[in-house]
Design a binder for this molecule. Structure first.
Ligand code: IMP
Length: 446
């Protein structure tokens, strides 16, 4: 039996989809535990690229059940389209299940999201959050306010209508909402199509655990976007942490074996909010171009910068990572030296190593202190083939030292390395843990 959690360790877009897809090969169930169409998990299959917004990565693998879990907010029409599109392309190989407890994202939530962000920006031009405008914040707010509509309600037209009327009564500040009649009709129609997939999913998972099957909980967004522990208010409205993965699936903490934190070898962020290691100059542009750093959901350019070990240590403490997956190491190939932030100096002169100030302004004022690590050569296709064939020992030595330094500084062993976009460009390496020295890297040579 094993329950593994995969969560993002930075600001999102760490290639969690790729790592989840890699780990899904050994799983029977993959559960998306939070967020909704604000996420875009990209997976590069031999047949072409797939971006999953609301479906769990498991649906791409035969014999795997992909569950869109109770912690999610789902837009039923685009969910249906996403599924049909995969089906048309012959890529829907696993089974799909939808939690009856997942909340429904409505057109009014999208309208409210844009209204709120515009209001913030109008009140204070620097206060706009830059949300994905998918309605995520308002949908989670209605969930907490107990105004929400759940996927299980779609099969009950009278209840649906009643709840829609109540919800609409709370939105008198919004103009141009689509008529209730029309929304109810569309929801009932798509609800009927999705009905065979909507069910209580937590008993399915409890029984799977009892049978000794492997479960993977797939977090969306990332730790530093957590509504409580991220860079509030520049965060999403859910808990994209390991704790959130439990609430978002209904699995108790006592069943969890592993928590895998996914981090890029550098850092990116979309939307507003503090980003201490952001490089707004030439090198930031280089990372954006080389790493293809454009949002999979909104197409927005991502802000780019260097690896921030303060944030990574904080994410490790917050989530209890048992291992790290470091992705996109190929993007840094060819650089002579790579700056890595090891600590901050706060405005009062104190040093910060593994805590995140609760005020975003304080984080914005922190001065990153960099250590410069040796770079590695470009990882061309021939080198990639060698890594695929020979595993971690074929990674360039200075890259191995970079990974060992991350493990040493965070106290978490690096166990997975992503070195390209393709499905096969992930390698599992013998874990290099705390206190690893170049000597301990000899384990990789075996
Ligand atoms: P929301 O989740 O759409 O409300 O957006 C809140 C903040 O989280 C914005 O800065 C978004 O850009 C960011 N965000 C939301 N989802 C993702 C994601 O999947 N990857 C990266 N950033 C995200």
């Amino acid at each position: 039996m094993s329950v593994r959690i995969v969560v993002g360790a930075q600001f999102g877009d760490e290639a969690k989809g790729k790592i989840t897809d890699f780990l899904a090969a050994a799983a029977r169930f993959v559960v998306r535990t939070g967020g909704g169409p604000n996420a875009g998990h990209s997976i590069h299959l031999p047949e072409g690229a797939v971006v999953l917004h609301q479906l769990a990565c498991g649906v791409l693998r035969r014999g795997v059940v992909g569950i869109s879990g109770p912690g999610m907010v789902l837009q039923p029409t685009t969910f249906d389209e996403e599924m049909r599109d995969l089906e048309r392309r012959g890529l829907l190989r696993g089974e799909v299940m939808i939690s009856d407890r997942a909340h429904v994202l409505l057109p009014l939530h999208e309208i409210e999201d844009a209204w709120q962000d515009d209001l913030r920006a109008r009140t204070n031009p620097s206060a706009g959050l830059g949300t994905t405008r998918r309605g995520i914040g308002p949908a989670y707010a209605d969930r907490a306010g107990r105004w929400g509509i759940r996927m299980g309600d779609l099969a009950r037209p009278a209840l649906l209508r009643e709840r829609l009327e109540m919800l609409y009564a709370t939105k008198t500040h919004l103009a141009n909402l689509p008529p209730i009649e029309e929304v109810a009709g569309r929801l009932t129609e798509v609800g009927a199509r999705l009905a065979p997939l909507i069910r209580p999913t937590e008993p399915v998972l409890w029984e799977a655990i009892a049978r000794g099957e492997h479960l993977l909980l797939e977090g969306a967004q990332s730790a530093l976007l957590d509504v409580d522990f991220g860079t509030y208010p520049y965060v999403t409205s859910s808990h994209p942490t390991s704790a959130g993965a439990l609430v978002g699936s209904g699995i108790p903490p006592t069943e969890v074996d592993e928590v895998i934190g996914v981090a890029k070898a550098y850092t990116t962020r979309v939307g507003s909010g503090p980003f201490p290691t952001e490089d707004t100059g030439e090198m930031g542009e280089y990372l954006r171009r080389t790493g293809g750093e454009r949002g999979a959901t909104t197409g927005r350019q991502r802000r780019c910068g260097w690896l921030d070990l303060v944030l990574l240590r904080y994410a490790a403490r917050l989530n209890g990572f048992t291992s790290l997956a470091i992705t996109k190491v190929d993007v840094l190939g060819g650089l002579d030296e790579i700056p890595v932030c090891v600590q901050y100096v706060a405005p009062d002169g104190s040093t910060v190593r593994d805590v995140l100030p609760s005020q975003a302004d304080d984080l914005a004022k922190a001065q990153p202190v960099y250590e410069r690590l040796a770079g590695w050569p470009e990882i061309h296709e021939r080198a990639k083939e060698r890594i695929r064939r020979e595993g971690g020992r074929a990674l360039p030595p200075s890259l191995r030292r970079y990974l060992a330094r991350i493990a040493e500084e965070t106290g978490v062993p690096v166990e997975y390395v992503g070195f390209g976009a393709a499905r096969e460009d992930t390698v599992r390496v013998p874990p290099v843990g705390m206190g690893s020295s170049p000597a301990s890297l000899s384990a990789w040579n075996g």
